[in-house]
Design a protein around this ligand. Structure first.
Ligand SMILES: Nc1ncnc2c1ncn2[C@@H]1O[C@H](COP(=O)(O)OP(=O)(O)OP(=O)(O)O)[C@@H](O)[C@H]1O
Ligand SMILES: [Mg+2]
Length: 426
């Protein structure tokens, strides 16, 4: 316990003693049992926290119960049902309201009220015709319940506020930690982007020199020819890695203009086809009619599709590759049942790219969007990371879904991968 808390408790204890001392010097002063009961109440009040802690899981219930007993004793020793000390029952009632929820508070208040009414028994036994003021007793009882509920509400509300404050504090701390982490990552990203950029120049020189060397070496020396071509090959790989890495870390400056996604998709398809002109891949296009233009950065947007189509080209079987591309407007009542709730309410355009490759096994679906995750021999693992970064910048999304099977060899047989990207209209 903090020092300040301990001091506050010490003060409260003094105040308790003062008030109970005040009750002690009020009539009936000579009633020794009354004084003993007041002393017991004072002791319980002072050592309440210790008592509750040591009494175990039911400590709080025992605390309230003992207070009801002591309150009843005080009333018994000060005039029974006519005692003016009946207000002492507020003590267990407030305690219950602080410890428990509304139902239990009301139950404990009921127990206190029954204990108070039990004082009627000796009075009625002594004189069955005694003149009892029942309305007054009922009034006092109802006030007990009213008081219990009000205190319970106040306590619950302040506890809720304290919890909300603690929760806000926790979230603030988490956000601060996250911000520090992002700052460090951003610094690291900047540094490595600079490094990657600097690597490009020497790589260019090495590549040029290797090519020159390849031309100059004596063709009758196969080892020298092979080494020169190895240098070119590996430098090319490094160049690809550096360019893709730069694509990924470079902060993107979006220049959004209304554009037709069909044209961008077709351009990307052509670019990827030009990379693998010999690949036996058939492309099936399902573009909805009269698609509205959406505000996108056309260059970045094309990069999204070239990455997705490249992955599809790399995934499809070499004998008979099939890619299905669908562009549909979604949101505001239109679109796929695959979109649930709030997502279906955002208007925009969705592009689906489905291939008849082996698909993405469920156990790696979470990871494929992570930077440098690849299952390919010569892959860098940045394609989908770049795509998801661009989609985030556009306030859209990319998702991998369960394939519908229409691109597979047999309709209805789930196979292949299905990627969905969504560009919002606003
Ligand atoms: N159409 C697809 N079919 C099957 N697996 C896929 C498909 N697209 C992506 N993947 C899986 O996701 C992984 C990550 O893809 P990503 O495009 O990010 O990197 P990569 O293609 O391996 O390398 P690169 O950086 O050259 O694109 C791939 O290695 C592959 O395992
Ligand atoms: Mg890729």
């Amino acid at each position: 316990m903090a020092d300040s808390e301990r001091r506050a408790f010490a003060w409260l204890d003094v105040i308790w003693l003062l008030f109970l001392g005040g009750l002690a010097v009020l009539p009936p002063i000579g009633e020794i049992h009354k004084q003993e009961t007041l002393l017991a109440i004072a002791l319980l009040q002072i050592f309440e926290n210790d008592f509750v802690r040591r009494a175990g899981p039911r400590g709080r219930a025992y605390d309230v119960f003992i207070k009801i007993l002591l309150a009843t004793l005080l009333v018994v020793y000060t005039g029974e049902i006519n005692s003016s000390y009946y207000l002492i029952y507020y003590l267990p009632i407030v305690t219950a309201a602080m410890y428990f929820g509304p139902i239990q508070t009301l139950l404990w208040t009921g127990v206190a009220v029954v204990a108070y009414w039990s004082n009627l028994i000796p009075a009625l036994q002594a004189n069955p015709d005694a003149d009892v003021d029942f309305p007054e007793l009922a009034l006092r009882s109802f006030f007990c319940f009213l008081f219990a509920i009000v205190v319970n509400r106040v306590v619950t509300e302040s506890r809720r506020q304290a919890e909300a404050l603690a929760d806000t504090n926790r979230r603030l701390k988490a956000a601060e930690a996250e911000a520090r982490r992002s700052e460090r990552l951003a610094a690291l990203g900047q540094m490595s982007a600079g490094l990657a950029h600097e690597l490009r120049n020497p790589l260019g020189v090495i590549k040029g020199s290797a090519e020159l060397l390849g031309k100059r070496v004596n063709p009758s020396d196969p080892l020298a020819t092979e080494m020169a071509s190895n240098i070119s090959l590996e430098v090319n790989r490094l160049n690809v890695l550096v360019s893709r890495f730069l694509d990924f870390v470079r902060p993107s400056h979006l220049e959004r203009r209304p554009a037709n996604l069909e044209a961008i998709v077709d351009q990307a398809l052509k670019a990827v086809h030009d990379r693998w002109p010999e690949a036996p891949v058939s492309v099936e296009r399902h573009y909805a009619a009269n698609l509205p233009a959406v505000p996108v950065d056309a260059e970045l947007c094309e990069r999204v599709f070239t990455n997705l189509f490249s992955n599809a080209y790399e995934a499809v079987p070499p004998s008979e590759g099939r890619i299905r591309v669908a562009i549909t407007p979604v949101g505001r009542g239109r679109g796929l049942s695959a979109l649930a709730g709030a997502e279906a309410d955002r208007a925009g355009i969705m592009v689906e790219i489905e291939d008849n490759g082996p698909g993405v096994p469920p156990e790696i679906r979470e990871q494929i969007f992570n930077p440098f995750f690849t299952t390919k021999k010569s892959g860098v693992g940045l394609g989908l990371s770049i795509v998801s970064k661009i989609m985030d910048d556009h306030h859209g999304w990319i998702r991998i879904s369960s394939p519908r099977g229409s691109a597979g060899p047999n309709d209805g047989e789930p196979q292949g991968a299905l990627f969905r990207v969504f560009f919002p209209a606003e």
